[in-house]
Design a binder for this molecule. Sequence first.
Ligand code: SAH
Length: 249
Amino acid sequence: MNQTPDVKLPEQTAIWQDTLNWQPTEEQQALFQKLFELILEFNQQINLTRLIEPHDFWEKHLWDSIRGIAPLLSGKIPINPGDKIIDIGTGGGFPGIPVAFALPDSSVTLLDSTRKKINILTTILEQLNSKNASPWLGRAEAFGQHPKQRESYQLALLRAVAPPSVCAEYSLPLLKIGGFGILYRGHWTTEEEKQLQSAVKKLGGILESVDGFTTPLTQGIRHCVWIKKVKPTPKQYPRSVGVPAQKPL
Ligand code: SAH
C-alpha cells in the first residue's frame, strides 16, 4: 500500500464566491480534499494527472471543472433532480467527479475507453462513498449507438478529448432534445467555430454560446462552448469506433 502524501488543498472561499457566486459546503470541501489525496495516491500506479501541486489541482481540476457548469449553479440553465450527465473521456475523473459533488441530485456517468483508468476510478469513487457517479468502460462511438444510452442525457461534458467537431459527434447522439454539450476548451478560434457549426448542423444540434473567461490564479485562457440538441441525431451518427476522429465531420 502506498502512503498517502499529506497535502492540504487551499479552500479559496472568496474566489469561489466572486467567480461563481457559489462555494462548496464543508462536506463538499472534505470531498475535494479526499479526492485530491486519492488521486495523488493512485497517480503513483498510472498517470491520471500531472497537476499534483495543490494550487494547480485546485485551479485546473476543481475550479475549472465546476466553472463549466456555472449556468446550472446560478439557475440560468435548469437542471432537475435525476437528470443524467455524462463525462465523455473522463480520464482521471475530470470534469465529472467535481460536477457530481456540486450537483448531488444528478446522476453522473464517467465514460472512458481505458480499462486501467476506469478500474482506478471505481476504487476512488467507492472510497469517496459516491452515490451519484458511476464509471463506465467504453467508447463514445459505441455508447452513442446503444439504445439505452442514446438520447438519454441532459448534459454531456468533454474536456481535452478531441477536436470540437469530434466532440460534437461523440456527444449529440447521447443528448436528449433540449440537452446541452459543454466543450471545455483553452483558446478558441474562428476556424474551430466554423468546423463545429458545420458538424452540429449534421448532428441535430446548434452552437448555443461560447463562454470565454480566465482562470482565477494563473489567468489561463478558457472557453466553454455550449452546443444544444434541437432535433434527433440521424441514425448513422456516431460513426464506427475511430471514424469520427479519423474523418471529422
Ligand atoms: N477529461 C480528462 C481526461 C482527458 S485525456 C481531463 O480533462 O483531465 C482524454 C481521455 O479520453 C483519455 O483517458 C482517453 O482514454 C479518453 N478517450 C478518448 N477518446 C475516447 C472515446 N472515443 N471514447 C471514450 N473515451 C475516450
